[in-house]
Design a protein around this ligand. Structure first.
Ligand SMILES: Cc1cc2nc3c(=O)[nH]c(=O)nc-3n(C[C@H](O)[C@H](O)[C@H](O)COP(=O)(O)OP(=O)(O)OC[C@H]3O[C@@H](n4cnc5c(N)ncnc54)[C@H](O)[C@@H]3O)c2cc1C
Length: 382
């Protein structure tokens, strides 16, 4: 236990040092919307691509609790960076949790080192929330699956080289999820990248579409080697992604709070710093409350995940609350900063542009409410 705490502190200290170094560069990288190659290389060196991968496969083997603390710290400086390893680790988690021993031995060391970097490919042009409506399909031909279709809004797809790819292996199955499978899908012949998508925020990191045209994968790339469990595997690993997004929410909410605490002491109106006006004090207090409450919910979801418990309700609550906190805090920070909040010279406008993604990605917040309510009913039958 003591050893674990010391390791956690060492890693958090290393992350803090890294963040102090990169902080001055973030504003320009964001403005240029440029992929931060050098920073990503440093993250790879720190082992972040293997953060929650078992050490026996070369990962750091961190608890999700520690992982969430790292994500919060990084998001407080530049939220985009947390997306570089989020979907990569969801992909890795789907193999770690649901893959065969052979699949773990083959893929996890490549993912842990960051030699192969990945993404999660679920969304299609016609569906994001309603994943059972996907059209991309895989047909078994001898020892291969031949895959046709397309995916869009896939983060890391330009710079990544491997995907956890959700497809239909039996489009006629009812319910549809029984005909869905998840594959480990490295780029190769038949995999064609489309355009990078232009976004409101989440700059620097790529989000793009791709097309699969008779793209062949060997049967050994089907996670768990059994068809029909793809949605379950994707959603099982996605709980980690929801905790990541929730921790990002706390990071953005807390960045907005920190900047507001500072600015409200510097800016004077009517002869005193604005932090002495009661309406500003109410903003600051509410913002701080959201940060603290969000952090506790993230921690409780991470603890449940670490115990190997089903945690979709806890992850859903953390994701919903913390990302709404990011939305609220970034709006209130903007108000506190007045015109300067609207200026691209200050970071506040970035928080305001980044926060809405958190309410959409990894399952919209409307969907989280449905998940929470369903779990409440399931856990409390009459
Ligand atoms: C920047 C960015 C990065 C992304 N990265 C990835 C990625 O790496 N991989 C990936 O697979 N996807 C990714 N996505 C896609 C994202 O996961 C989807 O956008 C999200 O799941 C919502 O799907 P949709 O956009 O199709 O909205 P829709 O599903 O069309 O939903 C539209 C609206 O209807 C609501 N709604 C839908 N169904 C219900 C319901 N049953 N009850 C109540 N309300 C409902 C939604 O909450 C939303 O408000 C990314 C998206 C963005 C913006």
């Amino acid at each position: 236990m003591q050893q674990e705490k010391e390791t956690e502190q060492q890693i958090l200290d290393a992350v803090d040092k890294f963040l102090i170094k990169i902080k001055p560069t973030v504003h320009q990288l964001e403005a240029d919307d440029e992929y931060p190659e050098e920073i990503v290389a440093q993250m790879q060196e720190m082992g972040l691509f293997g953060a929650v991968i078992d050490p026996k496969y070369g990962g750091l083997g961190l608890s999700v609790r520690t992982y969430a603390k790292i994500v919060e710290r990084i998001a407080c400086v530049w939220m985009s960076l947390t997306g570089v390893f989020n979907s990569h680790l969801i992909m890795a988690m789907s193999v770690q949790r649901f893959g065969t021993q052979q699949q773990k031995d083959k893929w996890l060391p490549l993912f842990a080192s960051g030699e192969m970097r990945g993404a999660l490919a679920l969304t299609e042009a016609n569906c994001g929330t309603d994943l059972q409506s996907i059209q991309t399909h895989a047909k078994r031909v001898g020892n291969d699956y031949l895959i046709n279709g397309s995916k869009t809004w896939i983060t890391n797809s330009l710079h990544g080289s491997c995907f956890a790819l959700l497809v239909k292996t039996n489009p006629n199955e009812n319910p549809a999820h029984k005909g869905m499978s998840l594959f480990i899908a490295p780029k190769g012949p038949g995999f064609k990248m489309g355009k990078a998508l232009k976004k409101l925020g989440y700059k620097g990191i790529d989000t793009a579409e791709f097309f699969l045209d008779n793209y062949a994968l060997p049967t050994e790339n089907l996670i768990g080697l059994e068809e029909g469990h793809g949605l379950q595997h994707a959603l099982g690993a996605l709980a980690l992604g929801r905790i990541n997004v929730a921790a990002r929410g706390v990071g953005v909410a807390s960045a907005a709070l920190k900047d507001s605490i500072q600015y409200s002491q510097l800016r004077k109106t009517f002869g005193k710093p604005i932090c002495q006006h009661q309406s500003i004090q109410i903003y600051l207090a509410d913002m701080a409350l959201r940060v603290e409450a969000g952090r506790l919910l993230v921690d409780s979801a991470a603890v449940a995940f670490d115990k190997g418990e089903r945690c979709d309700m806890e992850a859903g609550m953390a994701k919903l609350f913390a990302t709404e906190a990011a939305m609220k805090n970034s709006t209130e920070a903007l108000r506190i900063h007045g015109a300067y909040g609207y200026s691209t010279e200050f970071n506040v406008e970035r928080y305001y542009r980044d926060a809405p993604l958190l309410a959409i990605g990894e399952g919209t917040n409307e969907l989280q409410r449905i998940i929470i309510a369903k779990q409440l009913i399931e856990k409390n039958p009459l």
